[in-house]
Design a protein around this ligand. Structure first.
Ligand code: PLP
Length: 353
């Protein structure tokens, strides 16, 4: 072993869902939106002035920040943007989680949280969800160096009412509380309206799910001006130009297209509600989803078996071999046509096993 090998940062990386390279797959494994990005973003791409790529982009990302601020009726100093919410959350961990006390997040949650905590040497403790996978607000009432949870939670799909979210923020005013709202647009109520009431609240959202632009990599945080300035200070100490010119232009256009956004979200919600009924008929149970995915287990057939059988038929869903959830499948809500194919396959798999 070479001496320098002792000085490599030791990390166990997050494993993202598979992006299969074969054609004709039904991809219900990473919670992407089955519908295309806003036609306004597509139109902006058609008129994009490629000479702009010679120049550095605006380091303040003003075009995008202003479009987001307008949409949420905020001041532009209350909005921070990053390269997907993963970048925003990583930056927020670096900025706000510097206490000696452990940060807290649910035991069943987005598995990237512990990866970032390890990467940045942040101590952490997991708090338990109840039997039905609900977040228990009181479980956060212990000394901590910060709090993060997704709402709705992933991969469980369970939504926590805004009154309970507020309870967590209110009871932890000495810590920054981050609400990761990757799925909030599919039926939940965002906590962003509380940012003027609580200076310790940071709400994080993304273009990757409800806005059909996972490939563009845009995420954003909403919080009071002091939190946003702290985030920008860290960003400008790390990489001034996180947002490329195309994200600024397409992202700001997409944010202005409220009508198309609502139309897509409503279609996904309608498909989800139908899927719930069909899953029940096939012998699946699941917590009530307010996200664009359903977290389901079958009364008889093992999740791992269904997962492999679906894969053989080129249908990809997500399976986590983890405590408490190793008999569940996380199924992204696709188009009605994709879901029909999924249910055809599920019927066959269940009757054969
Ligand atoms: C998808 C997801 C993210 C990350 O999304 P980006 O594509 O990086 O914006 C963050 N948190 C949760 C809970 C997610 O499911």
């Amino acid at each position: 072993m070479r001496a320098w090998e002792n000085y490599i940062r030791k990390v166990v990386p997050y494993v993202p869902g598979e992006q299969p390279k074969i054609a004709d797959v039904i991809k219900l494994n990473t919670n992407e939106n089955p519908y295309p990005p806003s036609p306004k973003a597509v139109e902006a791409s058609e008129h994009f002035d490629y000479d702009r790529l010679r120049l550095y982009p605006d380091p303040e990302a003003s075009l995008l920040v202003e479009a987001i601020a307008d949409r949420y009726a905020l001041d532009k100093n209350q909005v921070f943007v990053g390269v997907g919410s993963d970048d925003v959350i990583a930056m927020a961990f670096m900025t706000f989680f510097n206490s000696e006390l452990p940060i807290l997040f649910p035991d069943v949650s987005y598995s990237f949280y512990s990866v970032w905590a390890d990467l940045f040497r942040i101590p952490y403790k997991k708090v338990e969800l109840d039997e039905e996978f609900n977040i228990v607000p009181e479980s956060f009432n212990v000394p901590n160096g910060g709090i993060i949870f997704p709402n709705p939670n992933a991969p469980t799909s369970v939504y926590l009412g805004l009154d309970k979210v507020e309870e967590i923020i209110k009871n932890n005013q000495d810590s920054v509380v981050m609400v990761d709202e990757a799925y909030i647009d599919f039926g939940g109520k965002s906590a962003y309206e509380l940012i003027n009431k609580y200076d310790n609240l940071l709400v994080i959202q993304t273009y990757s799910k409800s806005r059909s632009m996972a490939g563009m990599r845009i995420g954003f945080a909403m919080g009071n001006a002091k939190l946003i300035k702290a985030l920008n200070d860290v960003k400008f100490s790390y990489n001034s130009y996180t947002m490329n010119e195309t994200s600024l232009v397409y992202g700001s256009e997409a944010m202005k297209d409220e009508e198309y956004f609502k139309e897509c979200v409503d279609k996904i919600i309608a498909t989800r509600e139908q899927a719930k009924e069909k899953l029940t008929a096939l012998g699946f149970t699941y917590p009530d989803s307010k996200a664009n995915f359903i977290f389901a287990k079958h009364e008889r057939v093992q999740a791992s078996v269904i997962f492999e059988e679906l894969k053989k038929r080129n249908i990809f869903v997500r399976y986590f071999k983890q405590p408490r959830i190793d008999n569940y499948l996380r199924i992204t809500v696709g188009t009605d046509a994709q879901m029909d194919k999924l249910f055809e396959a599920l019927e066959e798999i269940i009757s054969n096993n």
